[in-house]
Design a protein around this ligand. Structure first.
Ligand SMILES: [Cu+2]
Length: 155
């Protein structure tokens, strides 16, 4: 069997599976927002609540407003706040997982321009379920100017 035939069979198989059992998880993204920036600021953060109806994980986030988008985790180690990129964020079935400035968060790095208050920032989330099915979810997150910790200075 050639590679093309194999691919066709695989595609057909997945299509039938999808019709039969709704193979992909239903993923709900709520309360998404992006921190507005000042001119010249190189990075910002995106925050949201993600709920998947089957055990899944958030693999990555992409956005046209940033050259590099990473998922970071904030943690305390030896009384020092640290953050660093993670491979994925677990989305246990039915559990609302919050990405906020104090835990997991999405870093928008290498911004292509200023993010102004009330801008709608496009974000594409890639989620994979326990069976390995990947899907992308497109959202638009409003930009908000909020006081408080200036996350960008921590990078
Ligand atoms: Cu970070």
């Amino acid at each position: 069997m050639t590679a093309v035939q194999h691919l066709k069979r695989l595609t057909l198989g997945l299509t039938l599976l999808g019709l039969a059992a709704h193979a992909s998880a239903q993923v709900l993204v709520t309360d998404a927002w992006v921190r507005a920036t000042v001119p010249g600021q190189p990075s910002s953060g995106a925050f949201m609540t993600v709920t998947a109806d089957t055990d899944s994980k958030l693999l990555s986030v992409a956005s046209p407003v940033a050259k590099d988008v990473q998922i970071h985790e904030m943690s305390m180690k030896d009384d020092v706040m640290r953050m660093g990129p993670v491979d994925s964020v677990a989305l246990p079935a039915g559990k609302a997982v919050t990405l906020d400035p104090n835990g997991y968060h999405v870093m928008l790095m290498g911004l292509t321009g200023q993010i102004k208050e009330s801008d709608q920032v496009p974000l594409t989330l890639t989620v994979q379920d326990a069976k390995g099915n990947k899907q992308t979810i497109d959202i638009k997150a409003p930009a908000r100017a909020l006081d408080g910790m200036d996350h960008s200075k921590m990078h």
